[in-house]
Design a protein around this ligand. Structure first.
Ligand SMILES: C[S@@+](CC[C@H](N)C(=O)[O-])C[C@H]1O[C@@H](n2cnc3c(N)ncnc32)[C@H](O)[C@@H]1O
Length: 260
């Protein structure tokens, strides 16, 4: 089997272009809607930390990186419409097909907030249009695994976050010690889910890539070290479904050690 590192970045983005039309349905069916639950939990926790450092949730500037069809972005918009306010939210993704679907979903579900939403066709490693130290929150859900130049991307996250700004990574991290239930859950995500994914999307390569990319990815502890190297300090870690997925929350340190 190929490892995640055997795929090149262009091909990975091309795979997401190809599976974009079936992405949402496949996700919901195969995760029994758990993907939604974990996204919402990650947002609640992230906003808790934003509040802790900023003191309120008003006029937030946010980037949802690897935004795909805008699920995370739309949860954030809805949440802040009730419990705070948005100045701007960027949806960043290099897949034009994903962004096209994101645009359609925003038009259907959040038309009244559309002027505050900017979709940008970009990779995580180069967030040029976003000014340094301008963001209160960056979210990246099920996306970091696909970013091959992770070091550059984490550097960009550190550059664009304000001091005290929050990064939340929701991801299927590599885990070497899972226990029995964890092994069963991992078996589902790495063996069974790709088979159904292939059948639903009719795209063998994209769903063979999923388990390969998890195996080739880093562990939570390794990510913690990489974050620390760019001045992002992990403040909370949550694991879901016996460590099948993890949510890592980090804050740009306020002591001045950063990439900017
Ligand atoms: C599994 S989807 C996740 C989408 C969305 N965040 C969600 O929660 O459903 C992964 C996304 O990562 C994007 N992606 C792939 N390579 C990327 C890169 N180098 N930088 C940023 N995003 C990337 C893909 O286009 C795809 O939309």
């Amino acid at each position: 089997m190929k490892s995640g590192r055997d795929f090149d970045q262009k091909k990975i983005i091309g795979m997401f272009d190809a599976i974009a039309p079936t992405y949402d349905t496949t996700n919901r069916l195969l995760s029994f809607k758990q993907d939604e639950k974990w996204r919402k939990d990650a947002i609640t926790r992230a906003l808790h930390w934003v509040y802790a450092f900023k003191g309120d949730l008003q006029n937030l500037r946010i980037a949802d990186v690897a935004c795909g069809t805008a699920d995370m972005l739309l949860h954030l918009v809805r949440h802040l419409a009730q419990k705070g306010s948005l100045e701007r939210i960027y949806g960043i993704d290099p897949s034009l097909e994903m962004l096209r679907l994101a645009q359609e979903k925003i038009a259907r579900r959040a038309q009244e907030h559309a002027t505050k939403i900017s979709l940008e066709c970009l990779e995580a490693r180069e967030l040029k249009p976003i000014e340094s130290q301008s963001l209160d929150l960056i979210t990246i859900a099920y996306g970091l695994r696909n970013v091959l130049d992770r070091r550059a991307a984490l550097g960009e996250f550190s550059r664009t976050l304000k001091k005290g700004g929050v990064l939340v990574v929701l991801e299927f991290m590599r885990c070497d010690q899972r226990g029995i239930l964890g092994t069963l859950a991992h078996c589902y995500t790495s063996k069974i889910l790709p088979i159904f994914g292939m059948l639903l999307s009719r795209n063998y390569k994209a769903y063979a890539y999923l388990p390969a990319s998890i195996e080739g990815f880093i562990s939570v502890e390794e990510l913690e070290d990489e974050l620390s190297a760019v001045g992002l300090e992990v403040v909370e870690k949550r694991h879901y479904l016996y460590k099948s997925a993890s949510c890592i929350l980090a804050v740009k340190n306020t002591q001045g050690r950063s990439c900017t």
